[in-house]
Ligand binder design. Structure first.
Ligand code: IMP
Ligand code: MG
Length: 188
């Protein structure tokens, strides 16, 4: 039997693990400086941001509280449904706290917009948004993340937490998926 590895489905690596590590270290330093000694609630948007979140938290020099939520947006396909819904909530109250929202990639910006509103309603003292990637050439223009890892084009990316139909999350580098791979797994 011929076994194809996930790496073989990558057409082109966009960011290597070394480039990612250097950028995340810089983001951790910047975030620590902004927080100025205050202990934030670091909120991981599951599942995509999990790898970035773990590295970012470890790159910070201050004490942090961690929490997790998940929203539904993309399902298993590579196209957005447009609707955002909270499917798993935090385990604590955010009122009066500084919240750092950590996302893997901002595409239309709908997920971040929904969560910013949610935390404003819940009376968070401040919401700082951090995204590993941002698809910059999106129309109409959206609210940018306060801190950004890398700006990218319109290609569909996988690795370092980003998935296609729940595959490829554990690839250490970020890359562009071969187009044949969509045809094989597309289900929606
Ligand atoms: P938005 O609400 O349109 O900004 O979509 C954000 C979500 O879409 C992210 O959290 C990802 O789960 C997903 N997404 C957008 N682009 C990509 C991609 O290139 N690869 C994997 N997931 C993506
Ligand atoms: Mg995501």
């Amino acid at each position: 039997m011929l076994i194809r590895t996930p790496q073989e489905d990558i057409e082109r690596v966009l960011f290597t693990r070394e480039q990612i590590a250097a950028r995340v270290a810089a983001l951790g330093t910047e975030l620590t400086r902004r927080l100025n000694g205050e202990r934030p609630i670091m909120v991981c948007i599951l599942k995509g941001a999990a790898f970035f979140f773990a590295d970012l938290c470890r790159a910070m020099a201050c004490d942090v509280d961690t929490d997790f939520l998940s929203v539904s947006s993309y399902g298993t396909a590579a196209t957005s449904s447009g609707a955002v819904r909270l499917v798993r909530d935090l385990s604590q109250d955010v009122s009066g706290r500084r919240v750092v929202l950590v996302e893997d990639v901002i595409d239309s910006g709908l997920t971040m917009q929904y969560l910013r509103n949610l935390f404003a309603q819940r009376k968070a003292a401040e919401v700082i948004t951090v995204s590993f990637l941002d698809k910059a050439n999106c129309h109409p223009p959206k609210h940018a993340a306060d801190l950004l890892g890398f700006s990218v084009g319109d290609e569909f990316l996988v690795g370092y937490g980003l998935d296609y139909a729940e595959h490829y999350r554990n690839l250490p580098d970020v890359g562009v998926l071969r187009s044949e791979c969509y045809a094989e797994t597309e289900s929606v």
